[in-house]
Write a protein that binds this ligand. Structure first.
Ligand SMILES: Cc1cc2nc3c(=O)[nH]c(=O)nc-3n(C[C@H](O)[C@H](O)[C@H](O)COP(=O)(O)OP(=O)(O)OC[C@H]3O[C@@H](n4cnc5c(N)ncnc54)[C@H](O)[C@@H]3O)c2cc1C
Length: 519
């Protein structure tokens, strides 16, 4: 094991180089920070895969109040109102800031920023770039800015494996280089920006490494985790054997593409706003149709036809790579785990309940999204909260802890066995019996090997939260509790330890358990 030595020791360590981690590093300047990322820069980050864009109420016919109202509706009654107001209020300024950093947003014929429409938004407010390659362009600009900032030291291919705590405070990070060498970093300040946990499912649009590793790191040292039951399933992942699955953006439905089955039947016609209903509703309808033995396709032939390729160049490319021509044939789709609303519980400075530990981006849970994220609010949250964490860090000083002892190398987390269990029992539609089965299987898996223990423990905590919420709300749908219940109109917060205690009680068949506390 090597120890990083002065001058890198004692700097704040930011774990993860997606939009949240990079913005935290940039806004911390000129304070020196160490940014570590498990993959090469630009890879392994969901930020680079974002197609639709970033929501900001900058249109002449729009207002922050409207954006807030839409977000609260999508969040289905349990958004944190202050988080919604504060974060969305920073969106217009963020677009200017990202433009100054070099992001080239798409422009309209008159030269203003072009605004797209997505489901759940009452106005055109999706700021996009390079058509449907918005995330790639934003991350390109932000990476270039970070590389040009002398106060940011970037270590690529270095994965955090354990947080070291002394007297209840952060004292260091144990990380591994991809050549297997362990690196101990002494620091009293750590920011987790490791992205979401969609990779816990066999069917996901998330990068392979998005298995909630930041939640495991934080959970194992007693950080509170919030809203773990709320996973957003995207209704239109490209239905091939690719892993991760490719995404067919909601923006395609925004252009009036329709969902049909193998008989050409538009099975959602006449239901609410049909294809333009919120993501969770569409995902449930599509999944029910698939469970009833049908295949589902997204058909853009009549609304877009040949324009598909110019309107959605990246989606056209990914379809053609799978042998599907979206201009002339319907695109096979199915739901897939897409976004983690829950995460490490933070306040609006990104602080957790552990001294010296911050979290931001998809790894964190501020309460902005409630039970269901409004499309394109997540890049916004990642960038805004990354910057807020940096501002808060600026008011802190390093505590110089005594040298750390050598400890055993922690195992690399392996979620492969967890994924099948989660896709079977914790997917779009859940019920008591399935969740109980999943919890028992995950507890056994947690004993099997050091590599499976972390993902299995986190997945068990997620299933406990799904089991406890005896209602259907937002991204959480229970077949045995189809309605929303006022008794559950609140967020949930647990520690990993408490959730695992409940998991053992559920697996043992105890009727009453004590899960978490309301937030
Ligand atoms: C296909 C797709 C399309 C999307 N489209 C949109 C959209 O149009 N608009 C929108 O707002 N949102 C969209 N989202 C969601 C959005 O992209 C993410 O919520 C957001 O980018 C998360 O940013 P982040 O910085 O928190 O995490 P990420 O961008 O995922 O970055 C996580 C970083 O952490 C690193 N990491 C992970 N574990 C470790 C570890 N143990 N040690 C070190 N490094 C680690 C990763 O390598 C990566 O660098 C989309 C997501 C997907 C998957």
């Amino acid at each position: 094991m090597s120890f990083l030595q002065h001058p890198l020791d004692h700097r704040p360590v930011i774990i993860g180089a997606g939009l949240a981690g990079l913005m935290a590093a940039l806004d911390a300047a000129p304070q020196p920070v160490l940014l570590i990322t498990a993959a090469p820069l630009g890879e392994g980050a969901a930020s680079a895969w974002a197609q639709g864009g970033l929501a900001a109420a900058i249109g002449a016919d729009d207002s922050i109040e409207n954006h807030i109202a839409d977000t609260l509706i999508a969040g289905d009654g349990i958004c944190d109102a202050r988080a919604v107001r504060d974060i969305l209020g920073e969106a217009p300024g963020l677009i200017d800031k990202l433009s100054r950093l070099g992001a080239r947003f798409d422009r309209s014929a008159t030269g203003g920023i072009a605004l797209g429409l997505e489901a759940g938004h009452s106005a055109r407010r999706i700021v996009h770039a390079a058509g449907d390659a918005s995330g790639r362009e934003i991350l390109r600009a932000v990476i270039a800015a970070a590389q040009a900032t002398p106060s940011i030291t970037i270590l690529e291919n270095v994965a955090a494996r354990k947080l070291i705590v002394r007297d209840g405070k952060i004292a260091g990070v144990l990380a591994m280089r991809d050549n297997g060498e362990a690196v101990m970093i002494r620091t009293s300040r750590v920011v987790i920006a490791t992205g979401g946990a969609g990779g816990m499912y066999a069917h996901t649009t998330n990068p392979a490494g998005a298995i909630g590793h930041g939640l495991m790191l934080a959970g194992e040292i007693g950080a509170e985790l919030a809203d773990l039951e709320f996973i957003q399933f995207h209704p239109t992942a490209l239905a091939t054997n690719a892993d991760p699955m490719k995404l067919i953006s909601e923006a395609v439905r925004g252009e009036n593409a329709v969902l049909i089955d193998e008989a050409g039947n538009r099975f959602m016609a006449g239901m609410g706003r049909a294809e333009l209903d919120p993501r969770d509703i569409v995902a449930r309808r599509v999944w029910r149709h698939i469970c009833a033995g049908h295949q589902v396709f997204l058909d853009a032939r009549h609304c877009l036809g040949a324009r598909f390729a110019t309107k959605f160049p990246a989606i056209t490319e990914l379809c053609r790579a799978e042998g599907i021509d979206p201009v002339n044939e319907p695109i096979p789709v199915r739901p897939a785990a897409h976004y983690t609303m829950g995460g490490i519980a933070t306040d609006l400075d990104g602080r957790t309940n552990i001294a010296g530990l911050w979290a931001c981006g998809e790894a964190a849970s501020t309460g902005l999204h409630g039970a269901n994220r409004l499309a394109s609010n997540s890049l916004l949250e990642a960038a805004v909260m990354g910057a807020r964490v940096a501002r808060d860090l600026a008011g802190t000083t390093a505590t110089r802890a005594a040298p750390l002892a050598t400890i055993d190398n922690p195992a690399k987390p392996d979620a492969s066995a967890v994924r099948a269990i989660m896709s079977r029992h914790g997917f779009v539609l859940r019920d008591e019996a399935g969740l109980r089965t999943a919890i028992s299987a995950l507890l056994s898996l947690a004993q099997e090997s050091a590599n499976t223990a972390g993902p299995a423990r986190l997945a068990a905590a997620m299933c406990v939260a799904m089991h406890a919420r005896q209602e259907s709300r937002g991204g959480h749908a229970r077949e045995d509790f189809l309605e929303k219940s006022p008794a559950f109109a609140k967020r949930s917060v647990v520690t990993l330890e408490a959730a695992l205690r409940d998991a053992r009680a559920i697996a043992a068949g105890h009727a009453r358990i004590q899960t978490g506390r309301a937030r």
